[in-house]
Design a protein around this ligand. Structure first.
Ligand SMILES: C[S@@+](CC[C@H](N)C(=O)[O-])C[C@H]1O[C@@H](n2cnc3c(N)ncnc32)[C@H](O)[C@@H]1O
Length: 321
């Protein structure tokens, strides 16, 4: 599940637990990137409306990173007289828009709770084993390490796990230490457009449910950066891509692999209580998920009920020698 459903409407997408001041949790690079790629007139106006009554610190943060050509509109809209209901609506829109970033940064444990039950198809790592075993691997957008640990399981020598969110990096470091993997999994802060590694320093680059064609989640500049750190003859694997990005990936020379499954793949929540909690939090837009859990009294929910393609596919690209 790649973050950032970038549609911009007022529908309830999530049972959103966040408050506008929570946006202060994002670091400067993330804030800058969000504003660089989301500053249409409509978003800028809603952003300004959502910040009515917010702290000076938060308003100044947005003003600092908003592209110059939008600053006047922002100032004008932040001074506009608004009814409390208009501010509430704007806040809801903005918090829904940045829901996933807030989850990664503010409540990474909830992300861990959701994804620990989303098991990647083991055939993906079996198929990629020749490119992973005894190799130096980079996992970009590594999150709490779901794919990094899979790389180690099939014998990767070293995995550089690059991730922007400090909260997810903290969980990744804890898991790495608990599993005695500190010599092999090296977490560090970074982004698709700023990978903290030298040129031609890794054999294989992977990105699981993180790279998209959108510039703030990789895009053409992210692809260039992945190619920069890859050794000649190396491979990039984009695991569990968004369907919306298949065409873009094909146009950029990637090849598609989909693994067969016997029966349905499911999300296996850690407990019934956790399944209900996650369904209410993450799938409020799809009441069928909660209905399914309650009606079946189950902790395992098929991806088809959730309305997501299951994690059983990837795109790959080889860098010519
Ligand atoms: C859906 S999560 C996937 C995390 C992990 N790969 C996994 O499979 O669980 C998407 C991840 O991409 C990261 N991300 C978002 N924007 C990014 C960027 N510009 N560069 C690198 N990572 C980014 C997020 O912080 C988040 O950890």
């Amino acid at each position: 599940m790649v973050s950032g459903n970038l549609s911009f409407d007022a529908t309830v997408m999530f049972d959103n637990p966040f408050h506008i001041e929570d946006l202060l949790v994002l670091d400067c690079e993330t804030m800058k990137s969000i504003l660089l790629h989301n500053h249409s007139g409509a978003i800028c106006t809603q952003l300004a409306h959502s910040l009515h009554g917010a702290s000076d610190e938060l308003i100044q943060r947005f003003l600092r990173y908003l592209p110059e050509q939008r600053q006047r509109l922002f100032q004008q809209e932040i001074e506009r007289d608004l009814a409390p209901a208009e501010v509430r609506t704007a806040r809801q829109l903005i918090l829904n828009k940045f829901f996933w970033e807030l989850i990664y940064w503010k409540t990474p444990n909830l992300y861990e709770e959701l994804t620990e039950g989303e098991h990647l198809h083991p055939g993906i790592f079996q198929a990629l084993q020749p490119d992973l075993a005894c190799k130096t691997v980079l996992d970009v957008g590594a999150g709490s390490g779901r794919a990094s640990f899979e790389c180690r399981r099939v014998g990767a020598a070293k995995v550089y796990a690059v991730e922007p969110s400090s909260g997810l990096l903290r969980i990744l470091r804890q898991k790495t230490a608990a599993r005695g993997e500190q010599q092999h999994i090296i977490p560090s802060a970074g982004r698709f457009d700023q990978i903290p590694l030298p040129n031609q320093s890794v054999d294989t680059v992977i990105s699981c449910s993180a790279f998209t064609a959108a510039d703030e989640q990789g895009g053409a500049s992210g692809l260039q950066e992945m190619l920069r750190v890859l050794r000649p003859g190396g491979k990039i694997a984009i695991i569990w891509p968004r369907s919306a990005d298949h065409e873009w990936l094909q146009q950029h020379g990637f090849h598609y692999v989909e693994l067969p499954v016997a029966g349905e793949m499911t999300v296996a929540f850690r407990s019934y209580q956790s399944a209900v909690h996650c369904a209410k939090l993450f799938y409020a837009h799809n009441p069928a998920v909660l209905h399914y859990i309650e009606a079946q009294h189950t902790t395992a929910v098929p991806f088809s009920v959730i309305g997501m393609n299951p994690p059983r596919d990837y795109f790959w690209l080889c860098l010519d020698r």
